[in-house]
Write a protein that binds this ligand. Structure first.
Ligand SMILES: C[S@@+](CC[C@H](N)C(=O)[O-])C[C@H]1O[C@@H](n2cnc3c(N)ncnc32)[C@H](O)[C@@H]1O
Length: 327
């Protein structure tokens, strides 16, 4: 590649985050929601927000240029991108947009600390692990859980087509957040019993109750107070280094009914070249993404053997295990 293109690419890279941060700021001031609610001109928006200076003008112009918005400053409407950033959209991505510019951005700014020490930048910055930090900040926990819900809503939509869940009587989603995965699964198996488990602060965020869904507050580093035919760990083990992942696996093993299965849903490193994802996990959780082989070996050490490994969606594999001792 000619050096002038390389240099031009690099120059673009250095400011590539500006677009995201501009869109993030628009979400923070609820710009897309306000337009959706009828504040359809720059003047109206400026009055509503009591905003000073020309910043809002430049933001709106940029969003028009990039088709987050359509129309002009006098008659604004949401473009396709902008509409996904409203709270009310049934497939809203607003909470994701808010999430990545907060503590994650701080952590990435201190990635060099993680590279030198092998420790999570988050712990260095906030004095505690990410999940402990979230649990101490209810607004941040709500944002994180809503963002996870938005990912899970899209990613687990057709999970029921990828595995035969009919064999299990009780299905447990461990670290299931506010229940997006089970929400996708439950309509396909109305006769089954489901169990959603997460930290107490997280389960409190869920309002809706279902008669066939039990919610149990747990800490998955402690022995689990139930038994189950299937335990699902989706996007859980990638949050933890091996020694902590091993503890979660051990607690699952003790809670599985004879013949039961442990199902991992995780990014499969070998498919997605997940090095940037791994750097993110390092900075946030002192962890990393793993290949399917690494998961199999981790589970093998925990007394499990592989039953199935399938590509589930673009990023994730569905990897199912049973206890080795049952052979
Ligand atoms: C990356 S999210 C995954 C959420 C969901 N399973 C999914 O796939 O979208 C990790 C989840 O683990 C939960 N978690 C973290 N530490 C936990 C602990 N010690 N005990 C139980 N749940 C925990 C978090 O609250 C969060 O819901």
């Amino acid at each position: 590649m000619a050096s002038k293109y390389i240099k031009s690419e690099l120059k673009s890279l250095f400011t590539a985050h500006w677009e995201y941060l501009a869109v993030n700021a628009a979400c923070k001031i609820d710009l897309f929601d306000l337009i959706d609610q009828g504040y359809r001109s720059l003047d109206l928006l400026q009055q509503k927000m009591n905003s000073k200076g020309k910043g809002l003008y430049h933001l709106v112009q940029f969003l028009l240029e990039q088709e987050y918005l359509i129309g002009d400053c006098k008659r604004l409407a949401l473009g396709a991108r902008g509409s996904y950033l409203t709270e009310g959209h049934s497939e809203s991505l607003k909470q994701m947009c808010l999430l990545w510019a907060a503590e994650h951005m701080d952590a990435w700014q201190h990635l060099s600390y993680s590279l030198k020490t092998g420790e999570a930048a988050i712990s260095h910055l906030y004095g505690k692990g990410y999940f402990d930090y979230l649990n101490d900040h209810p607004e941040k926990l709500a944002n994180y859980q809503q963002a996870m819900f938005e990912y899970a809503r899209d990613d687990y939509r057709d999970l029921y087509l990828h595995w035969d869940f009919s064999a299990y009587e009780v299905i447990t989603d461990l670290g299931g957040g506010t229940g997006a995965l089970l929400k996708a699964l439950m309509p396909a198996f109305p006769e089954k019993r489901f169990r959603l488990c997460d930290l107490p602060e997280v389960l409190q965020l869920r309002e809706q109750q279902d008669s066939n869904l039990e919610m149990i507050a747990i800490d998955f580093f402690e022995p689990l107070p139930f038994t189950s035919d299937l335990i699902i760990l989706s996007r859980i083990l990638h949050d933890w280094p091996d020694w902590q992942a091993a503890r979660i696996i051990q607690n699952c093993k003790s809670a599985l009914n004879p013949g039961g299965h442990l199902m991992l849903i995780e990014n499969a490193n070998e498919r997605v070249q997940a090095h940037l994802l791994s750097l993110n996990m390092l900075a946030i959780c002192k962890s990393h993404e793993r290949s399917t082989e690494e998961y199999i070996s981790l589970l093998d050490e925990g007394g499990f053997e592989l039953v199935a490994n399938t590509e589930f969606n673009q990023l994730q594999n569905l990897i199912v295990f049973k206890c080795t001792t049952e052979i």
